[in-house]
Design a protein around this ligand. Structure first.
Ligand code: AMP
Length: 299
């Protein structure tokens, strides 16, 4: 008898199809992620197996729990705890704006999850609303942490959709290698802005140039005077100086001063000047965080 009884398909992710399933022995509902591997590859690369097995040790309440890794007939299936929906779907189902306490509690949890993984030297590299999961009780959990290292970030998703650039920092858009924690901090900042506007993406670029232009129109065009070393990045090109036409108050009108300050500390073009996720979750923006959230982290 199969251990997991497959129920309906719940999504197409970067790495493969996700199914809802039930553990036939315990009745536990799980999410099965069947990782698609290159057809001409001989089975699962040992590096991918090693990396995914390490991820089983990455346990924190804001990280989707990887229950087990199944490897059979040259197929790799990751078994995760099941979550009700992802942030993208949550935005789509909203009928009224998200209240600012919810923005604060969700973003706090996002930062706690990111900071935890960074403390274990695990990067995400592709944070976006689709891989941020939430439960009915308001808990947030990050999916796909560490998978970029195990499998690489493909150019296209399983469903042939092009991987989104909207959450990529300017250093990565200029061809920097994807190996520092500051990448996730930028993506988290984009998601913070999007939470505060109830799902309006901050920089919805259509290609790399458009993405960089949108960023520079808000933050100013990157140059050696503000970001030392930028011109040495593999795909650097000089963009014109755009007149700054929007203030932060116009971009994120619902954020209070502390929230706007936090956003600006994270959203800096020079990756070496971005604050860390750990410093971010200690920011005064979270001074008024509801007490029940603090209690989640006391055990
Ligand atoms: P991902 O590969 O993580 O981007 O997954 C693709 C889609 O499957 C997501 O956007 C979610 O809607 C869904 N999904 C992924 N993991 C889970 C999970 N643990 N529980 C419920 N749905 C999930």
């Amino acid at each position: 008898m199969q251990k997991y009884e497959r129920l309906e398909k719940i999504g197409e992710g970067t790495y493969g199809t996700v199914f809802k399933a039930k553990n036939a022995h315990t009745q536990e509902i799980v999410a099965l992620k069947r990782v698609r591997l290159d057809e001409d590859d001989e089975g699962v690369p040992s590096s991918a197996l090693r990396e995914t097995c390490l991820l089983k040790e990455l346990k924190q309440r804001n990280i989707v729990n990887l229950i087990e890794v199944l490897y059979s007939e040259r197929k790799l299936t990751l078994v995760f705890e099941f979550c009700d929906m992802d942030l993208k779907k949550y935005f789509e189902t909203l009928s009224t704006p998200i209240d600012q306490v919810t923005v604060q509690t969700l973003f706090y949890q996002l930062l706690r999850g990111v900071a935890f993984c960074h403390s274990k030297n695990v990067l995400h590299r592709d944070l976006k609303p689709q891989n941020i999961l939430i439960n009915k009780n308001g808990e947030l959990k990050l999916a796909d942490f560490g998978l970029a290292r195990a499998f690489g970030i493909p150019v296209r998703c399983y469903s042939a959709e092009v991987v989104t650039l909207w959450y990529r920092p300017p250093d990565v858009l200029f061809g920097a290698k994807l190996y520092t924690t500051s990448i996730d901090v930028w993506s988290a900042a984009c998601i913070f802005a999007e939470l505060s506007t109830s799902g309006k993406p901050l920089f919805p670029g259509s290609d790399v140039d458009d993405q960089l232009q949108r960023i520079f129109k808000l933050l100013g065009t990157a140059s050696e005077s503000t970001w030392e070393g930028v011109s040495k990045l593999p795909e650097f090109k000089q963009f014109q100086e755009y007149p700054i036409s929007m203030t932060w108050e116009q971009v994120v009108p619902n954020l209070n001063n502390a929230g706007t300050d936090l956003l600006q500390l994270m959203m800096v073009c020079d990756p070496s000047k971005r604050i860390s996720a750990e410093v971010a979750y200690h920011h005064s923006y979270f001074d008024s965080l509801p007490n029940y959230i603090h209690l989640w982290y006391t055990d």
